[in-house]
Structures are given as C-alpha cells and as structure tokens.
Design a protein. Structure first.
Length: 565
C-alpha cells in the first residue's frame, strides 16, 4: 500500500478530482489504481477566497502493477512513500484460566478518557480489571450536571469533573493532539470511538470532534465492552486511602502497593493500580501526599472564558467561504508574549458552543467550554489564559526558588474560584465583563450584542477592581495587553461587546505524580499514575493514549509475573 501526502485540491472540487490527482502524481492510468482511502483531510485557509483542501491518501495498485517499481521511479518525491502500518498490536494476552488463578485483579481508579482506555486495553488483554469511579453513570451524571446549570444545585460527587466519561464528556469532544505518536496509538483511540458510535469522519478530518451528546452514548458502549470482556465498573466508589508497605529498595522504590480502601470502608487487595485521576481530584492528591507518594508542583494556567459571535470568527478565518459545510464553524489558536514576561494564549476553543459551570466544590465558580457535534450555537468561546509556575503560587511567601509544596497549586486555584463566586454574587453565578469595559478599566452594568451563554447566569462586574481582582494583577495586565494584539490576527476580537467570564482555573493538573520508564510511581511499586490528573495528558486524545501505554506496561508486568514458575 502507498501513501501520498500533500494532494492539494480546491475547496469545491468534483467527486473524481481526488482520483485524478492521484493518477497525475503517480503517472499511472486509472486502470492501474486500486482502492483509495482518505487518511487525512485538512485545509489551507491563508488565502480566504481560495481555500485549498489538503489530502493524505492511502491506496493500493491494481494486480500486475509493481509497487516497488513505482516507488523507485518516484524516489525523489518525498510525498510518495509506503503507507505505515497503523494496526494496533497487544503486548500480550492472558491465558484462558487467568481469572481463576486467584491473583488480585488490576484496579483502575477513575473512568475518564485515560481510565476508560486503560480498562479497555486491560480487558482486551484478558486481565479483567476492576474500575472504581467516584461519580455516577454518565446519564445520571448528566442530570446532576444540568441541576447545577439550570437550578444552581451542585452535587460535589457528580458534576462536570466527576463521573463516567470524565471532564472530557462536557467539552467540545476534541480528538486531536500534538503528542508524539510513533506507534499510531491515536489511531487506536479513534477506531475504538468509531466502533462505539462516533462518525467515521473522525478517522480522517484534521481536527475531529464529537460533541457532548454523542460522547454520552459512546462512553456507555465502551463500558459495555469492558464488562463483556470480564471487566467490572463500580460507580459511587471513592478512593479514600492506599495500603502501602515498606519494601527492600528495588528500582529505587522503597514502598509497595498492597491494596486500597474506599470511602465506604471496603478494602480491596491489589498490587497493580492505575491511578487515572482527573485534575480536580484534590482530596485524593492530599491523601497521596499523606501516604508519602512522590508528588511535584507543576505549571498550569488561569484566565477567563471569552465569547464572540461565531459568525465573526467564521468571517475572519474563512472570508467569503464562511459557512461552507466542509469547513464548519471556525476555530482559532492565539499566543501573545506580554511585556511582563507572561505568556497569554487561547485554550480549549469551542466553536459554536457554550460556557459551562465546571466547579466540583461548593461556593466556588469554575468555567469551561462545551460544544455539540453540530457546533451551531450563536457564540464562539475559548479560554484566554496566562501561564503561571510554582513560584507564583507557593503559599509560604518565599521567593528563593526552593521546592514548592505540590498542594500549593490547589490552594491557589481555590482562592480564585472562591473570589469568582463572591464576585458573581452567589448561587454559582459567574462574574463577567464586556471587553470594552475591561480595557477601559470600568465595571460593566449590562451585556449587549454578545449575551453570555454560561448557566446559571453571569453578573456584570469589574473583573479587575483593585482589591477585589478576579485574577492575580500580573495575569490581568497580560490579558489586557494581549486582547488588542489578538485583534490584529482576528479583526473584531477586541470588540467592545465581546465578553469575558471568570474564572478558568483548571486548565491542567496543578501537580505531577512522577513515574519511571516502567510507568510506575517513582517510589511506590505497583502504583501507575496516568492521565491528566497525574500530569501526563491534556485532553481526550493524549489521555486516551496515556491510558493505553500505562495499561500495556501494567499488563506486560502482570503477564510476566503470571508466567513465572
């Protein structure tokens, strides 16, 4: 099979144009071609009036056509090469009698994207994992989440952060990532999603997405497959403690996992545990520190959600081709380096979506963005966030560059989330401000052409009022500088009626649970930190891939132990 990259065609090309372009590139007749499969379709919108589609195509040649000869003839064309083998290969499979050996089963804590794929791979290997999820099944969780959005009633154990599917369920369902992927594990993730009901286009479009409603049914189908393969998913089961014992030093580890305790008091014995926490499992982070598990403070970002009319973004990105069905709703990615040394960037852009209440703790306000598959809501929204590092948020007042308590980032987040609740006036209303007022330094009293989409609602205020700032002054200063700079890239971005809603604090985990090359905790044998909460992922795709890799490491070790005499 051959792969051709960089096949460029007009946006509105006819049905046979792609095959004709392949013939022209290879110098072959149509009868010499076999099947064509689009591996990837992107676009180049730098010339808005003449947007070009860019294809990567995998193809076979007809019987009798010498593939090696074609490749040799085109050896100087770097866009014609053998197609890579993207098939997934398991590291091993358990024997049929594995479940009856009496060995402790592997446990996965957390059932977001990372936990789902870790459990799925373990189940497909025949290792019958037990999954513990503190929240509820996805449909019950959806009802609890709407309870916050519609009635201002928060369930701390069942919300945007906690429950089946993880935080990614209430998002745009973005399925792309910039991680290095030499083993094509992202392909495995996409294929499993398609098997669970995602549209097949996610296999080839450059920036695939699913949307919340489709994710709900897909998560249920993936759960059913795990269970059909011998796995077990237990909802409403919160990890409260790890059972850890000293061991003779081995691979630098002086502690070993022997089991866990749930909030109900039940204990489970296991020596292989995937810790697939989300970035909001703050009580679990505290428990890990108390048990001596190695933790590190890490950078993250804080900021606001910004909303514009989606039509403005479409025109700015696509010009006269705005609204074209292949292009869909436009997105953007923006970066600005402020004079005070801070980086400001757009985060988790949701075309045609809504800003959502994403808190998991009482009397705190957190925002995030969400879109449906159609992306047809009136507003575009994105996080406009500022990078901070551990020295910014350390709680002991020192500025000497020494080690920061890994839980200081959590305290920092909580402070600004509580301030947002206060500025919103209670009831989980969020504070908001028109861009024009934010840049002018005056409070907003009402919203105009851009109406906030956040529910339960937005209270107009001054996000930068001295003494009651919604973010650290350096962050406000950097955002105030960045908005006019972004205007130069997207005309209208700093329009007076665009809206800032506060605050976005949970862009990523505030800490990392360091692990070795074998994916185990640096100091606790048998503990496998994974995914976004452990500091190793940032989104659905990277979390899914990390879950696969951790499951492979755990599974290979478990199979080796089982095979030992």
């Amino acid at each position: 099979m051959l792969r051709i990259t960089e096949l460029r065609l007009p946006l509105d090309h006819d049905e046979g144009a792609l095959r004709a372009a392949v013939r022209a590139r290879l110098g072959l007749d149509d009868a010499q071609l076999g099947t064509l499969t689009v591996f990837r379709r992107a676009w180049d919108a730098r010339r808005k009036a003449a947007i070009v589609l860019i294809y990567t195509v995998d193809l076979t040649l007809a019987d009798g056509v010498d593939e090696a000869a074609v490749l040799q003839r085109l050896a100087e064309d770097r866009h014609v090469r053998p197609a890579p083998d993207t098939r997934y290969r398991f590291v091993g499979h358990a024997p049929a009698d594995f479940a009856s050996t009496g060995r402790p089963r592997p446990v996965v804590v957390g059932f977001g994207p990372c936990g789902i794929f870790a459990a799925l791979i373990l189940a497909q290997m025949g290792l019958a994992p037990i999954v513990l999820e503190r929240g509820k099944p996805v449909r019950e969780r959806t009802q609890d989440t709407w309870g916050l959005w519609r009635r201002g009633v928060l369930n701390p154990q069942s919300n945007v952060q906690f429950g089946e599917g993880g935080a990614g369920t209430f998002s745009d369902g973005k399925l792309w990532s910039q991680i290095s992927d030499p083993r094509h594990l992202t392909r495995k993730v996409l294929e499993e999603f398609v098997k669970a009901g995602a549209p097949e286009e996610i296999l080839y479009v450059a920036k695939p997405h699913i949307g919340t409603f489709r994710l709900v049914s897909m998560v249920e189908k993936m759960r059913a497959e795990i269970e059909a393969l011998g796995g077990e998913i237990r909802f409403g089961q919160q990890l409260s403690d790890l059972l850890i014992e000293p061991q003779p030093e081995r691979d630098g580890r002086t502690l070993a996992l022997r089991g866990l305790r749930l909030a109900s008091g039940e204990e489970l014995r296991t020596d292989h545990l995937v810790l697939a926490l989300g970035h909001s499992a703050r009580d679990t982070f505290a428990m890990l520190q108390q048990r001596g598990v190695a933790l590190q403070a890490k950078p993250f970002s804080v900021g606001f959600r910004i909303e514009h009319p989606q039509s403005l973004i479409d025109r700015a990105r696509f010009g006269p081709n705005a609204g074209h069905p292949i292009l869909g709703a436009a997105d953007y990615k923006l970066v600005h380096h402020a004079k005070n040394g801070r980086g400001v960037y757009s985060f988790c852009m949701c075309p045609g979506g809504t800003v959502v209440a994403a808190t998991s703790e009482e009397q705190r306000v957190v925002t995030n963005g969400m879109s449906q598959y159609s992306r047809n809501e009136r507003n575009a929204n994105a996080g406009i966030v500022v990078g901070i590092d551990p020295q910014d948020y350390r709680q002991d007042g020192k500025r000497d560059g020494s080690r920061v308590n890994p839980l200081d980032g959590v305290a920092f987040q909580r402070f600004w989330e509580s301030r947002a609740y206060e500025l919103g006036g209670g009831g989980y209303l969020a504070p908001g401000q028109r861009i024009g007022d934010f840049l002018a330094g005056c409070a907003s009293t009402a919203f105009d052409t851009v109406q906030p989409s956040y529910k339960p609602g937005v209270r107009p205020t001054n996000l930068a009022e001295p003494g009651r700032e919604s973010l650290p002054p350096y962050a406000l200063e950097a955002i105030r500088e960045a908005l006019p700079a972004f205007e130069k890239q997207i005309p209208g971005f700093a329009m007076a009626d665009a809206l800032l809603t506060g605050v976005e604090t949970r862009t990523s985990s505030p800490l990392r649970i360091p692990r070795g090359r074998d994916y185990q905790s640096l100091n606790v044998a048998g503990l496998y930190p994974a995914g976004e909460g452990a500091g190793y992922a940032g989104g659905i795709m990277s979390a899914g891939v990390d879950g696969i890799e951790v499951a492979e490491a755990l599974g290979a070790r478990l199979l080796a132990v089982a095979a030992a005499p």
